[in-house]
Design a protein around this ligand. Structure first.
Ligand SMILES: [Zn+2]
Length: 429
């Protein structure tokens, strides 16, 4: 038994916001009330000054296992996730081999369970080897526990193939998670097309390269009825398209990353910091402002890190040939607290919705709430924790963070998964 004593408990699902004691018995929450007496032999955790919320979920991470374990493997990935405050993550299938079979899905779940930290929920590939041409074994992957389907890393280039994928996935109560990129438009692009590409003299990745596939996939959602989740939305117009689809009642959701909220193409200077090379690219200030507004008003459903670890030699090179991506699992929560919650741009309730409630709903995971009877999957946040983003800060094998050097305020101090404390006072067990 464990008694979490005196935290400010916030959970909009049960309309709770106040200082409470939470008693955990086995893997389940036994009681939530203003004063719980500790039963004999019960571990008591003093949570004064901290905020207790349903366990956080990052529904878009890359663990590179199997195939690229030198960047990250499942064991190191879940350590980073636990350190970042997450009880659950969903892993993208662009591994080597691609996660496109039931066996490959089972491998990820089992490896995650072996680590005994953050739970791993694999997202299966839509097409075999993410080739964009032949349907993967969707049904087998659902049977083994795939929580969604995506060819992330690539857009599905053929509208006909995407239609087939969506028709098929729609039979299994799962969402198609779309990496929207028309490669005939983005080609060799490495930065946003426009000011950045002109100023830096590099190939541009135009906003339309994303927006055209967002438009197409919303139309295919209308045609097939398959739930569509737009991954890492990056432009104001993409957001408007999603807003319009939602207003029509189509089953469309979307996510945004911290780097698209808090960084813009203007951050890429003549120092050519390759950690700012991400896909889709950092956009304009107007885009970033629109995304923050969309997150606050509910148009954007959730925040994901798109945690994309790369080894030093894959980033320590010319901008054009550097790999796309930034690590993010360990900075998402501190960034959200520092730049949005602390400034009053979003409420704590909204933070819980975008980092805990919505991702579980989109991935069809069991809901978790801070109430008696719910699974004891909890994140305890210290709003005053000082975080300096250095390479030493990361549990991840890779250090390619777009946010290196920042001083942030607020981080997870403890993570409870199935009633077991796996992060204690900021340290992974
Ligand atoms: Zn992607």
């Amino acid at each position: 038994m464990m008694l979490l004593k005196g935290a400010r408990v916030i959970d909009p699902q049960v309309g709770i916001d106040g200082v409470m004691d939470v008693l955990v018995d086995g893997g389940v929450i036994a009681e939530v009330s203003e004063a719980v007496d500790a039963p004999e032999g019960c571990e008591v955790v003093d949570c004064a000054g901290k905020v207790l919320v349903p366990g956080l979920v990052d529904m878009h991470v890359h663990f590179r296992d199997p195939g690229f374990e030198y960047k990250e493997d499942i064991a190191s990935g879940v350590r980073a996730a636990t350190h970042g405050g997450f009880t659950d993550v969903a892993t993208m299938p662009n591994t080597d081999p691609v996660t496109d079979t039931g066996t490959a899905v089972r491998y990820q779940i089992d490896r995650g369970a072996d680590a005994g930290l953050t739970r791993v929920h694999p997202i299966g590939a839509l097409t075999r080897g993410e080739d964009g041409e032949s349907l993967a074994e969707i049904g087998d992957m659902v049977m083994e526990g795939a929580c969604g389907f995506s060819d992330d890393g690539h857009g599905v280039q053929s509208a006909g193939m995407m239609r087939t994928c969506m028709e098929y996935v729609s039979q299994f109560d799962r969402a198609v998670i779309a990496h929207c990129e028309d490669e005939s438009l983005t080609a060799n692009g490495v930065v946003n097309e426009g000011r950045a590409s002109t100023r830096l003299g590099m190939f541009g990745w135009p906003a339309l390269g994303e927006e055209l596939e967002v438009m197409r996939d919303i139309e295919l959602c209308r045609l097939t009825g398959c739930p569509l989740h737009v991954a890492h939305i990056s432009t104001a117009r993409s957001l408007d398209l999603v807003r319009a689809a939602k207003a029509e009642g189509l089953p469309v959701t979307c996510e945004v990353t911290p780097h698209h909220l808090f960084l813009t193409e203007e951050n890429i200077t003549d120092s050519y910091n390759t950690n700012l090379k991400v896909n889709p690219p950092l956009r304009t200030r107007d885009d970033a402002e629109a995304l923050v507004a969309g997150l606050a008003d509910g148009s954007i459903d959730c925040v994901v890190s798109d945690h994309a670890p790369h080894a030093a030699h894959e980033k320590d090179c010319e901008f054009e040939i550097a790999y796309f991506g930034t690590v993010g699992l360990e900075t998402t929560l501190p960034l959200m607290l520092t730049y949005l919650v602390d400034r009053g741009t979003i409420t704590w309730q909204r933070l819980v919705e975008v980092l805990a409630v919505a991702p579980r709903r989109i991935l069809r995971l069991e809901p978790v709430a801070v109430e008696a009877g719910s699974a004891a999957d909890l994140t305890l946040i210290d709003p005053e924790a000082a975080v300096t983003v250095t390479t030493e800060y990361f549990e991840s094998k890779s250090k390619n963070s777009a946010f290196l050097g920042l001083h942030l305020k607020g981080a997870a101090s403890d993570v409870v998964i199935g009633g077991k404390r796996v992060l204690e006072a900021g340290l992974v067990r």
